[in-house]
Design a protein around this ligand. Sequence first.
Ligand code: IPM
Ligand code: MG
Length: 358
Amino acid sequence: MNIAILPGDGIGPEIMAEAVRVLEVLDIPYESETALVGGAAYAAHGHPLPEATLKLAQRADAVLFGAVGDWKYDTLERSLRPEQAILGLRRSLQLFANFRPAICHPQLTHASSLKPELVAGLDILIVRELTGDIYFGQPRGRRVSPDGAFAGQPEAFDTMRYSRPEIERIAHVAFQAARKRSKRVTSVDKANVLETFQFWRDVVTEVHAEYPDVALDHLYVDNAAMQLVKAPKAFDVIVTGNMFGDILSDEAAMLTGSIGMLPSASLNAENRGLYEPSHGSAPDIAGKNIANPLATILSLAMMLRFSLNQPEAALRIEAAVTQVLESGLRTADIWSEGTQRVGTREMGSAVVAAVKAA
Ligand code: IPM
Ligand code: MG
């Protein structure tokens, strides 16, 4: 097993260090190589996704990714911004299926911004299409000058597009995932306004004919955003496009208490994948030993399950995380009265100890 480790920017290196410590105590054979990505790669090599990093990711059986982005790169032209690293990896590895589970751990019910009874037992799976939509549409306007000016261009535009095969394959992924859960899929679109998403709705409905055992309903994205905070437990699997999935997954994450808890997997047709926390690089708290490493540690568990065929190791990690939460340890983002506040490193150590003891 060959794992590419890409810590990235901001809190990325800190949270990754904890995940790697957990990986090391699992007693499973693996090789890993670490490389720069995002702003860190730009600073060292002039590009957010250097050829060597891309090659490493392409060679690997799986990629463990931290986070990219920092305000100090905000004025760079778009093709050099840190975000291009993750977009480039998604595109070149064809990681079209993004799994973003939003699970409310029972110990964290009170950390949610919603009333505990609305989120207790919450377990939603967002399946976000990741390589199409307005994110990858062509052509688009271009900010030409690095200082942020559009040099007199009168407009800018991005093109929203989806092809039939792109919608079909993500619909299959969602229906198959639902079969392993409570057999309900909600497809989220904007078919009342956008042609692209009327097409989405039609194609998802067609694919659904192959899954008579799974219930399908459709929601407009604005309504879905509202229902997510009104009655989140009404959802099971949500399937949606790249942009709506980006937005709704942040919203769903917050229901669980903290975006610092949520892992994600981005898979291609061969189940090779990239695993990353759902949160960003949080440059404001970088280097302070306060970031929550659990989302990255849980992403490692997803990697072991989906790409490396080590389901037992995945379970061991997940059980260790539950046990650590059970023991009352909390990083700042999930801290509440009566629990013990710890730093990134201490949280990682506690998980390592629990994994060892299991
Ligand atoms: C995410 C992030 C990315 C996205 C950014 C960093 C490009 O917000 O993974 O949700 O928009 O997809
Ligand atoms: Mg996002």
